[in-house]
Design a protein around this ligand. Sequence first.
Ligand code: SF4
Ligand code: SF4
Length: 445
Amino acid sequence: MLEFIPQVIFVILVIAAIAFFAKNVSRLKRNINLGKSIDKSDHKDIRFKKMLKIALGQSKMVVRPIAGILHIIVYVGFIIINIEVLEIIIDGVAGTHRIFGFLGPAYSFLIGSFEILAFLVLASVIIFWTRRNLMNIKRFLSKELKGWPKNDANYILYFEVVLMVLFLTMNATDYQLQLIGASHYANEAGVVGSFPVSQYLLPLFEGMSEATLIAIERTAWWLHIIGILIFLNYLYYSKHLHILLAFPNVYFSNLNELGKFKNLEAVTNEVKLMMDPNADPFAETEGGEDEVPEKFGASDVQDLNWFQLLSAYTCTECGRCTSECPANQTGKLLSPRKIMMDTRDRLEEVGKLIEGGKEITSDKQLLDNYITREELWACTTCNACVDACPVGIDPLSIIMDMRQYLVMEESAAPAELNNAMSNIENNSAPWPYNQQDRLNWAKEV
Ligand code: SF4
Ligand code: SF4
């Protein structure tokens, strides 16, 4: 009976980790669903192809080749090495040893590839850490990356190193145990698996007793699987949620040409009415009063749509948007990365208020408490940030919704803009001249 204790502990651990993960997924869904509805059910085939190209194929990552290729190695390595987790879970539950070993040469090829990838991941992670912490790369030095965001990025790198070292240690001791013919490890058909990297660790374990080797192998095995379960549950609290969310985010991302802004239907109808000399000013607008929104634009996260909120959770905090932003480059306060980080922080805050049964008041909101008006008005609407984002995020859409709120709900546009808007209204042009005077310049020619 006692021999089953490790299996029972293993099953309890896996169930607890999956339950906690499921709880965080439902929290995530609840927060994203706080956003307004938006229809993204069109062009399924185009969306799917875009997702394959950008999220799976990482096509936008390689625009910056060094970071891009390193990222692909870590990403592919992480995904593929975790295929072995399937075997670990089956071995853990059934008490078997390398259950897929019966695949023979195919199994050896897989384990050998995992080891090479693990080595490449280790090398990439060390380069990532050096770039992030020792080289003065501007996009890693912004003030929005101080504190938790910087620590979060480093924690994951340390995590990767620990997981890969455990993986290679587990394999090296397993290999040594197979070579010395330890029961439960040795196989009549010979060595199961191939160990192109961990074989170089064998000198570290030479001369150790079988019991010591088993203790090291089991410890590495347990810590490796526990580490993966912790990693899974850490995702919700980290920018690394993009490992999962990049796929739906790219799928639902904007398919329109960059620069095409959405029109408010209620306002469009109003303008059409003004332009039509035959219109009845007392006639009801198409769709009736329901069409007029309760609030124009966005001052808090609930005013944004669900896709914008999904994007806030997807943001990898890579700063590619900010490093392309002309406003940021010319020293303005605006950073599109910060817009996304602020939206996520505020959304988390609102989520916690809901969980605590507390009221969400306008005493604190996204506008002013997180994102300042100065940041919003610094945007040139150039779309460089949208173009640069490797996971299909549109920080500009949040900026525009918040500006819309300022203009339409608070009449709080900067004076220059207010003048231009009044001129458009009165003179059909942004300049302060009567339409009839437009050709005056020609009299001097
Ligand atoms: S659209 Fe605005 S935030 Fe985005 S890059 Fe251009 S100026 Fe910066
Ligand atoms: S919005 Fe996109 S480009 Fe900008 S930091 Fe987030 S993931 Fe990177």
